[in-house]
Design a protein around this ligand. Sequence first.
Ligand code: NAD
Ligand code: IPM
Ligand code: MN
Length: 355
Amino acid sequence: SGTVRLAVIPGDGIGPEVTAEALKVLEAAAPAGVKFEPTRYDLGAERYLATGEVLPDSVLEEVRGQDAILLGAVGGRPGDPNLPPGILERGLLLRLRFELDHYVNLRPSRIFPGAVSPLRPEITGHPGEVDFVVVREGTEGPYTGNGGAVRVGTPHEVATEVSLNTAYGVERVVRDAFARARRRPRRKLTLVHKTNVLVNAGKVWSRLVDEVGREFPEVAVDYLHVDAATIFLATDPRRFDVIVTDNLFGDILTDLAAAITGGIGLAASGNINPDRTAPSMFEPVHGSAPDIAGQQKADPTAAILSASLLLDHLGYADAAAAVERAVVADLAERTPGATRRTAEIGDAVAARVGG
Ligand code: NAD
Ligand code: IPM
Ligand code: MN
């Protein structure tokens, strides 16, 4: 029991629409005696365009003091000349992930009964057989902004984006992935990388998987190059249990994972700080979807399942499971081809959780 102080960052596009539904469900799922105390932070394109602010230090410090963060999506309208790409993505989303040390970007990928996979049934097997989790490194790789450009705009322009891989950073995420694999029934870990080309980074990832793996003898270890991993995600996704991979490979693989497990509207994520030195942040895998924003067309399920991950992280496993069950029941009742408004889905799931 007690109060959970929640930072809510609805953000841009469909972010506010799906976050409203996730909050609704979260409140309906709150265990007896637990009260969520949301504080809303208006960060994103609108704030930036009006004030030039992306994430003021004072706001970051306030957010750091909360128990958890629920985020919708960030990213403005494509082609807006006043909002160059990267300003919000780097300045807001990645800054939060880096500053709050979200080194485990957790992206569960499961075909729920009732979800519609584009893969044939021979490939997916029974509902529940495709059930893996991507442990995406969240603080390093090519995302750190370690690069630059010279002679910009000339035919002689040279641009670099250097991938950063520290033994410290790789070891901690690999250990977390092994620990997760050990808790799962199949106890299998697949390292996904590109060690045949990115040999420097590849060596540190391979070595640390070998070394840390010795502490987890009950976990079977497998390796795939990232290009081959995309083949198997489409042709044999049942082979995966825990995938551990770098920041960029994990970004790409998890959109594919979302597509094969029923669509980007269902894919949830947690940006976890396993050491709990700062609040973890929960958000759908998808972006601000400017093409459907403001029309109540977005599926809030990904945001709702992210709220379930939040509950689980805070230790409310029963409430988290209740949200998941409510989503599964909602998916099972969907009529293929029929559309429901964002709020309708949220209301339906909240009612099931409450009931
Ligand atoms: P996107 O995920 O926003 O959209 C891709 C496609 O999926 C679109 O057709 C969209 O309509 C659809 N879609 C996404 N979420 C949906 C939902 N809940 N229900 C139904 N359909 C949904 O990716 P994008 O178009 O590449 O990026 C748009 C903006 O979002 C960019 O500015 C990008 O940088 C940003 N972005 C932010 C995040 C984040 O905040 N975590 C993640 C990805 C992209
Ligand atoms: C995601 C997004 C982000 C990422 C972008 C918007 C910075 O694509 O959360 O998957 O690349 O991590
Ligand atoms: Mn992505």
